[in-house]
Ligand binder design. Structure first.
Ligand SMILES: *Cc1c(COP(=O)(O)O)cnc(C)c1O
Length: 311
């Protein structure tokens, strides 16, 4: 059902050997890192005797799309609790989710914030019956542990770069402990978006591993020599329109035939390019860049920013 994710070498800078792990090619619908965050959750759901999963996400969420497709593939019923009563059920993400058999449950933005409360969960259990709960984005212990496997066959690198939202994927890459320094590029703007939960999960399960969150101070350092998430490449913020993002996406399609997504991997590449340019890692380093997928979100992004993209 799954393809082997190829490692594609891409010449980004004469001083470095750079390659990209194409997790976007793993599966047509179960995209990239989201599969790694889901696989241990589905395994546990099965062991615990559930035949139904429930999870949370925004109207364009890669996690919702991947959970819907994985549920269908593994014979689970699925329910997606979607942020926003006004979410467009005809958008490509939600259409895909429904086509995979996911039942959608739209809630208002204020109510969505209560998604961790036991009253809220109990109410959902009354409506849908018992379910295995996967948190938004697959951000739990099983999610992190699953992400360790991303690096299974890729232990020959000095640096690993990935895009970060919750930081769960990053935590898994750090936990894999391959000897590489892991650098995450955050797509969330602002210091209030720190990946506290991912850091907590990592410290709990692997007390000897940790990562830091760094801002502009990185530019004063000589080298990136410890695991860190950089908050300096988020541009206008999560899923916003930025010209640089559109430009780098076009460049990668033309130059390397690599499709990037607007929300995560395009910002990842802006970050990687800048850091190589500034020589923030030692000359000669072997670099692996994780393409975490997310391409299902592109049509939705293009529809939202149609006017700007047409300019
Ligand atoms: C969700 C997602 C991420 C971020 O993963 P986290 O574990 O939340 O940090 C990165 N890239 C893509 C394409 C994603 O869909």
């Amino acid at each position: 059902m799954f393809n082997e994710a190829p490692v594609q070498s891409i010449a980004l800078h004469p001083n470095y050997t750079t390659a990209m792990l194409r997790l976007d090619l793993l599966h047509a619908e179960i995209s990239g890192n989201k599969w790694f965050k889901l696989k241990e959750n589905f395994a546990l759901a099965k062991i615990q005797g559930f035949n139904r999963v429930l999870t949370f996400g925004g109207a364009f969420s890669n996690h919702i799309a991947a959970t819907a497709a994985a549920s269908k593939a593994f014979g689970f019923e699925s329910i997606g609790v979607i942020r926003g009563e006004d979410a467009d059920l005809n958008n490509p993400t939600l259409q895909l989710a429904v086509s995979q058999g996911m039942q959608l449950h739209l809630v208002g933005r204020d109510q969505y914030l209560l998604k961790g409360d036991s009253d809220f969960i109990q109410n959902l259990q009354h409506l849908y019956g018992s379910f295995y709960l996967i948190p938004e984005g697959g951000n739990n212990l099983q999610g992190m542990i699953g992400c360790k496997d991303i690096l299974q066959q890729n232990t020959f690198y000095d640096y690993v770069f990935c895009a970060c939202g919750t930081g769960t994927t990053m935590a898994g890459l750090v936990a894999a402990n391959t000897g590489a320094v892991v650098v995450g590029i955050s797509v969330l703007k602002g210091r209030n978006q720190l990946p506290d939960e991912a850091q907590r999960l990592l410290n709990q399960a692997y007390p000897n591993n940790t990562f830091h969150v760094l801002g502009n101070e990185i530019l004063d350092r000589e080298f990136l020599n410890q695991h860190c998430i950089l908050s300096t490449y988020a541009y206008s913020g999560y899923a916003r329109y930025d010209e640089e993002v559109v430009r780098v996406k076009r460049h990668f399609a033309e130059q390397f035939a690599v499709p990037l997504d607007f929300v995560y991997t395009a910002k990842l590449m802006l970050g990687v390019q800048d850091l190589l340019e500034r020589q923030k890692i030692p000359v000669g380093a072997r670099v692996l860049i994780i393409h975490s997928g997310g391409l299902q979100g592109n049509p939705g992004f293009e529809a939202r920013y149609q006017a700007k993209l047409a300019r």
